[in-house]
Design a protein around this ligand. Structure first.
Ligand code: ADP
Ligand code: MG
Ligand code: MG
Length: 875
């Protein structure tokens, strides 16, 4: 018979898939002999089964849960629902991959009006018993019954105000009894039924709620951001309660074995006396630093440090732990490999290698490539920041520099950023509902909360700059205004945040790009030791090429020549070319462009220092370049000595119903071979010039023909290229080699790749167009409806961000195989947006591509992801 429930003592750390991360680690700590309150785990398989069965818990699973509850009662020496000696439990979610703050936990479950009385007697502590009870009602209502916590907070605030006190801890037992009454009355008023008083019902409802929470919108969003499949499910942990809220001899806290912001090897954490679970992270009271525990309870502190060291040694990684002290006795409630900033991740990995804890391969594997993004983003301009005067400061919760317009809600953050504005999200405190807005923000500033508050944890995970707990701010979120340091800020005003120092600036401060140095450089050197696939960049200008080279690019995989046409004088020349009536006219216009393109190519070759450069010929539909205003059209007509009507008619004639599938790509070179001629001349002459200057470089231009779907198309354009190139090379007397290849971005090209490889010396997978044409929807339009597809679980992620390995990937694999059959030494690369996505890079490695090409700022990410793929798949 299938087993769905496991006591902590039955599991171990390797059983993540079945028990979830939290459950597996609780089992592991139990096995290591650490003080973990007894409990059991309902497996992820039970969650999957719950969904398969139509969102019900099968009777045999329910039975198994209660059998394990009996075992727990025996171990605890207490009985669930018993008036004289009650067992209270927590119900905690725990997915395979940690999803902080995404799932909800219920504490103190098993209380009702009778049990609480007995509990008070047993503990001889009315205040504590009723504090536990009111917390339970609050959490259960919120998590299970969808009655938001804030309603209850309002009641608490009213009571505190009436009594004239500031802290929860200043309320006495009678106040709390009164609070319970009010909570229950409020519940009944809202729900129309009494608060559920049968502990067994409470338990089953709570388990179901955890299963349900696997599919709440913020969990779905988090999964999409983090590539977590929706069929993994979450486990549920049911654990005997230990109490940090019995009085001043109790407390609760969280700690990291190393500093999660900097990586410094020093215990780092916060705790609160007389508090329970969430209090520390919720930012209700300001917690104390873990170092103070040394003064308050030295023995407990020493015991804790012993456990921390043992855990780090055991997991060989930085640990993030939760603990509770109940009447001077320490309990461990959670451990996991801690989330950390990119800086900390790098420093910790390098430190662990020098401490002999792990080897270089493990160090490379332990860094999340996506996280490097944070280090590759701009920092404040040093001179500008020196001059700037902060208007305030708070906790440096997640490093980096942010500059943007103030917004006051997650929705506004999304809306502003979709309009192209950079935003800083300013909130009283953040909650899991805000996650999408936080992801769109350059930086996050909160009024409440500490280093382990929701905002801080989530921001560090995202690599977003965050300054937390700025109590000096007076904010009105509804009116969208706050004041700080005597200044008033409204929505849309600029502020800047320094997540490394915690300083807040009431102005826009310019930022500068990052560089690879110190431990970051060391890690990148290690990646190159293991990496087998090349990493190139997509760069259209000498400036981008230089930046990419600094980040370690080994060539250019895609240079989009049309981007050179848009600027200044060039756009005029290209317009003349487009509106030409005769070949002569067109050649005259192209002659104006030739020196500009040649100059750009020379700059790019210089920047790439002899590395290969793939240049794609003109790709977009011509209408993208032409003017539509009457005045502009008239100016163009004058310039060309043509009539306004004539030029206007030409422009109107360029109208296309579906331009992305229209007159573009190699089709342009088929209609107007002189364009390909000019571009060939520019590429080859630039290469010759640069080769002459640098005898030690081997400049080999790679000319890439876009949007080929038929071998004869490629042959036609290639003929123009070869004729032009060979003549120039011959005249120059330089021994220059060049290649002609194509993009594989039309499904027909993938299907006939064996044919195409006869003439193509290389393939570069243009996965943007290939995705577009395989799915039959465009990237620009998909945004309008993909949201519905996520909601209905039709697609889990954006196929334009993460390659669809099943469909589009099959075309890539097929084309790679067919291409190699015809031409065994064919060079294969990818140059779509996907080339910088770690999961796609892994796929490319497995498919046997020679290189990936991505935007300059993603080059280090790609180097790391490629190294990880090589380590993972070469065992
Ligand atoms: P999350 O995954 O959001 O951290 P947890 O399940 O870890 O949620 O629980 C939330 C808080 O409740 C934590 O601070 C944890 O230490 C505390 N907690 C959970 N179970 C117990 C328990 N059995 N006794 C005391 N505190 C608990
Ligand atoms: Mg936790
Ligand atoms: Mg394309």
């Amino acid at each position: 018979m299938a087993k769905y429930v496991y006591q902590f003592s039955e599991g171990n750390g390797k059983m993540r898939e079945l028990l979830g991360g939290k459950g597996a680690n609780l089992a592991e700590m139990t096995n290591l002999g650490m003080p973990v309150p007894y409990g059991f785990t309902v497996s992820t398989e039970a969650c999957t089964r719950y969904y398969d069965d139509g969102k019900v818990i099968a009777p045999e699973i329910e039975k198994e849960i209660f059998e394990h509850l009996c075992k727990l009662e025996e171990k605890a020496g207490k009985k669930f629902g018993d008036v004289n000696n009650p067992l209270l439990v927590s119900v905690r979610s725990g997915a395979r991959a940690s999803m902080p703050g995404m799932m909800d936990t219920i504490l103190n479950l098993g209380l009702n009006d009778e049990v609480v009385e007995g509990f008070a007697k047993l503990t001889n502590n009315d205040r504590f018993a009723y504090d536990s009870y009111r917390r339970f009602i609050q959490m259960f209502s919120d998590v299970v019954m969808e009655l938001p916590k804030s309603n209850f907070e309002k009641i608490i605030d009213e009571m505190k105000e009436k009594k004239g006190v500031k802290l929860d801890t200043e309320l006495d037992a009678d106040d709390l009894k009164e609070m319970v009454k009010r909570f229950k009355a409020f519940y009944k008023e809202q729900k129309g039924t009494d608060f559920p008083c049968e502990p067994k019902d409470q338990l089953m409802e709570a388990v179901k709620a955890v299963f349900r929470s696997w599919d709440n919108p913020r969990a779905i969003y988090y999964r999409r951001m983090n590539d977590i499949p929706s069929d993994w499910g979450t486990a549920v942990n049911v654990q005997m309660m230990v109490f940090g809220n019995t009085g001043d001899t109790s407390g609760t806290g969280v700690a990291f074995s190393r500093n999660p912001s900097t990586g410094e090897k020093k215990l780092y954490g916060e705790f609160l006396m007389n508090a329970q679970g969430e209090d520390v992270v919720a930012g209700i009271r300001t917690p104390q630093s873990i170092d103070e525990l040394k003064n308050i309870m030295p023995e407990i502190y020493d015991q804790f440090v012993g456990i921390v060291n043992k855990l780090e040694d055991h997991y060989r990684d930085m640990q993030d732990m939760e603990f509770t002290i109940e009447n001077r006795k320490l309990y461990m409630l959670q451990t996991r490999n801690g989330k950390r900033t990119a800086t900390a991740a790098i420093n910790i990995a390098v430190d662990l290698v020098s401490e002999g804890m792990i080897d270089k391969k493990q160090a490379v594997l332990m860094i999340d490539p996506k996280q490097l993004d944070a280090l590759l983003h701009p920092q404040f301009d040093a001179a500008a920041i020196k001059k700037a005067q902060p208007v305030g400061s708070a906790l440096p919760a997640s490093p980096g520099a942010a500059c943007g317009k103030v917004v006051f809600s997650a929705e506004d953050a999304v809306a502003f950023s979709q309009k192209g504005d950079k935003v800083v999200l300013v909130r009283l405190e953040t909650s899991p509902e805000d996650i999408e807005g936080m992801n769109h923000a350059e930086g996050i500033l909160t009024v409440r909360g500490g280093m382990t508050s929701h905002a801080a944890v989530v921001a560090r995970g995202m690599g977003t700059c965050c300054v937390a707990g700025c109590g000096d701010i007076v904010i009105d979120e509804e009116k969208k205004v706050f004041t700080l340091g005597g200044q008033t800020f409204h929505e849309g005003d600029f502020i800047s945040l320094d997540g490394t120092t915690g300083k807040i600036y009431g102005e826009a401060i310019p930022t500068v790009p990052a560089s690879l140095s110190g431990n970051f450089g060391t890690i990148m050197e290690w990646t190159d030791e293991f990496r087998k696939m090349g990493v190139r960049t997509n760069a259209d200008t000498p400036r981008d090429a230089k930046q990419a080279r600094k980040f370690g690019a080994e060539g250019i995989g895609l240079c989009r020549t049309e981007h050179m046409f848009f600027e200044g004088e060039r756009i005029k020349a290209i317009r003349e070319m487009i509106c030409s009536k005769t070949v002569e006219q067109r050649k005259k216009a192209l002659a104006k462009l030739l020196p500009m393109q040649r100059g750009d190519f020379e700059g790019i070759y210089e920047a790439m220092e002899g590395c290969p450069v793939t240049i794609r010929f003109l790709d977009p539909p011509l209408h993208e370049f032409v003017p539509h205003d009457e005045a502009d059209i008239r100016a163009l007509a004058d310039e060309m000595g043509m009539k306004y009507e004539e030029v206007k008619a030409t422009i109107d004639g360029l109208h296309e119903f579906n331009p992305m599938m229209g007159h573009r790509g190699c089709r342009l070179a088929v209609s107007y071979p002189e364009i390909a001629e000019m571009q060939t001349q520019a590429v080859i002459e630039a290469a010759i010039n640069v080769q002459k200057k640098h005898a030690d470089w081997k400049v080999v231009p790679e000319i890439m023909i876009p949007l080929v779907g038929e071998i004869k198309e490629l042959q036609f354009v290639k003929k123009t290229v070869v004729t032009t190139a060979d003549e120039i090379i011959k005249k120059s007397g330089v021994d220059l080699h060049y290649k002609v290849g194509t993009m594989i971005e039309i499904p027909r090209a993938a299907l006939t790749a064996d044919e195409i490889a006869k003439d193509a010396e290389f393939f570069s997978f243009g996965t943007n167009d290939l995705t577009q044409m395989t799915f039959g929807f465009s990237r620009d339009d998909a945004g309008h409806f993909l949201e519905y597809y996520y909601q209905n679980k039709i697609y889990e992620s954006d196929p334009f961000a993460k390659l669809d390995q099943v469909g589009v990937g099959k075309l890539v694999q097929m084309a790679a195989k067919l291409g190699r059959e015809t031409r065994p030494d064919i060079k294969l690369g990818i140059c779509g947006e996907h080339g910088g996505d770690p999961s796609t890079i892994e796929f490319c490695y497995k498919t046997g591509l020679n290189y990936v090409s991505c935007s300059p700022f993603r080059v280090p990410i790609a180097r790391l992801a490629a190294a990880q793929a090589a380590i993972k798949y070469d065992k």
